[in-house]
Design a protein around this ligand. Sequence first.
Ligand SMILES: Cc1cc2nc3c(=O)[nH]c(=O)nc-3n(C[C@H](O)[C@H](O)[C@H](O)COP(=O)(O)OP(=O)(O)OC[C@H]3O[C@@H](n4cnc5c(N)ncnc54)[C@H](O)[C@@H]3O)c2cc1C
Length: 436
Amino acid sequence: MKIVIVGGGAGGLELATKLGNTLGRKSKADVLLLDRNHSHIWKPLLHEVASGSLNADVDAVSYRAHAHKNHFRFKLGTLCGLDRAQKTLQLEALHDEEGEEILPAREESYDLLVMAIGSVSNDFGVAGIADHCIFLDSPDQARHFHRHLVNRFIRLNRDLREGDHERRLKVAIVGAGATGVELSAELFKAREWFATYGLNNIRSEHLQVSLIEAGPRILPALAERISDAARDELSKLGVNVRTETIVQRAEHQQLVTKDGENIDADLMVWAAGVKAPEFLTQLDGLETNRANQLLVSPTLQVKDTEDIFALGDCAGCPMKGPNGEDRWVPPRAQSAHQMASLVGDNILRLLDDKPLQPFVYKDRGSLISLSHYTAVGKLMGGLARGSLNVEGRIARMAYVSLYRMHQLALHGWTRTVLMTLTDKINLIIRPRLKLH
Ligand SMILES: Cc1cc2nc3c(=O)[nH]c(=O)nc-3n(C[C@H](O)[C@H](O)[C@H](O)COP(=O)(O)OP(=O)(O)OC[C@H]3O[C@@H](n4cnc5c(N)ncnc54)[C@H](O)[C@@H]3O)c2cc1C
């Protein structure tokens, strides 16, 4: 039995680890993980990679090393097609930075397939976004933003030192969901650390961050009180929060709103929503929803198939909202984590000829980190019994624990404790910010 998991992200890597340590270890199945990257960074940390407060080179998990330890195989590859009758996947040819071919276009066979390829930013067809804005969909894009940020800080520091007191670094972030809000706060923390490391002409007022949201308030998924508290914190930092502002197009270093206003920016980030990759709509007739997600049955098998599962952001899994309304399971790390756990159990059940279990999404709440300043959010279930709005230190601790849970699923207790200690030590021996 050959089980192929495509996508080693928040959900896929947890699943590969679980199946490796159950089926792979006992040679009951050949578990193969395919990903287009060599290493994994937990996606909710990408805004920290963008600001530089997390060094992706240090924190990334190497797929090959992790596979070796956890009894599965890893192959580098980008999925581009599927042949359900032949049970084969098509992988794109692989090229290096100079365009030289590393591996030709290939095929990979499977007995059971799990699709876990996540999502990409949705520009909703707004003109100029893809050409002028940076997305935070992948570690490469986050590093790209970081490089630009460092260079712009260096230039700003020089201009201010040379007497150009009017110079500002302007960053415009479109979308005031978790990514936009967290990135805004991270940028001010980065400014503080850059000043510590010698770029000390730059003060808080020299960084102008505009957070632009089409809706009436930021963090619409959270209670109004919490979203107001987050807005107050951002305003205190100096973020210009602009709600009910619709971006109509992006041009070179400016956004143009529906009201005809131009918002100038040296760096522009689009974080206004996600969709599953477009090519899923052409994947050998598999059915997708409007967000390009593969429609799945309650057991997380792709609709009308028995040998293909989908999980995480690329899975269109219907559910009921609090008032009985039809919804989709939200594209979040906790959904990917819960789905990976159920797909793992269901694959084990399938191999044991037992009936498969349905997926029930449990909303554990949402937590938003405002860098090291504070955090806000809502906890659900467990100790909270219902929902509990949290702010400050408790919210910050709960936020950090989310990543630790992911590490726990990948590395087990001993290594996670060691990694937590290493992180604490690194705070002492390494710079607090990636400076290049
Ligand atoms: C900046 C940011 C902050 C976020 N903050 C939060 C948060 O605070 N809380 C929360 O719950 N969620 C948050 N999210 C959302 C969360 O990260 C996603 O919901 C989650 O990562 C989805 O997991 P996944 O396994 O479906 O996909 P991903 O984690 O995105 O993994 C997909 C994997 O598939 C690989 N891949 C993609 N296409 C291909 C292909 N064609 N071939 C081969 N491999 C491919 C990718 O390289 C990647 O490794 C955040 C997202 C971002 C970008």
